[in-house]
Design a binder for this molecule. Sequence first.
Ligand SMILES: [Zn+2]
Length: 286
Amino acid sequence: MKNIEISRLQQHLEQLVGERNPRTSPQSLRAAGDLIAGNFESTGLAVRREEVPFDGASFQNIYGTQAGTEPERGAFIIGAHYDTVEDSPGADDNASAVAALLEIARCLQGIPLRVPLIFTGFTLEEYGFVGSRLMAERLRKDDANILGMISLEMLGYRTRQPASQTYPPYIDPRNYPDTGDFIAVVGNEPSSRLTQALADTLKQKTPALGVEHLLLPGRGDAFHEMRLSDHCPFWENDFKAVMVTDTAFFRNPHYHQPSDTVATLDLEFMRDIAAGLVSYLIDPAV
Ligand SMILES: [Zn+2]
């Protein structure tokens, strides 16, 4: 099997990083979508684009599907948003996750999968999960058989600095590290098995990688900060979904800033996370 390569992550980052915003840089946003579609195509995925109307214009979700041997079990979705807020180059948020997504797709090329896998580049996450909401609502309306969903939300920022990790008030910090050097898997109650299985696989695949998981009660409706990514519309439409994240503004001081650049990212961290995800996706337990 192919390995996740840091040089390829770096190359994707160099091509992606730079403001990608529907209002101030719509051409860059569209170019990022094209880049994702081009990579999916060269990986051999079946590519489809879905129009996402916004502000009188149209943007796109990008889908690349790899077939599985047991389609009757349902499809599994893994996605990352590729837009940014204004005035941020969006390296950690969220080029880091898009780069990982493209490398994961490349590594799974030619591997016989159990269930079909839909790689997704979501647009307009920063405006209230507009792209992922369109997809989740369509799948619900079609009564689609979806096994589970993973949202990759910022995978590149790690620090060894003590007291660098903060938490929202409803999390007891005594139960979690105070150093921002781990990856977090966040799920809700219906997704508890998916959350646990994914966290276990990430730990097993790379023992050096710190992995923490959090299970929110119920559908997770009451935990605003844990809903801030593309898994949220999937939770709201009663699909099993998790977020994999470096915890964003609870750790990364460059969040939504002009300083969110490639130089702040830890590519070994990204590589280890992506390698664990590859292992999980071959036969995802949910
Ligand atoms: Zn984001």
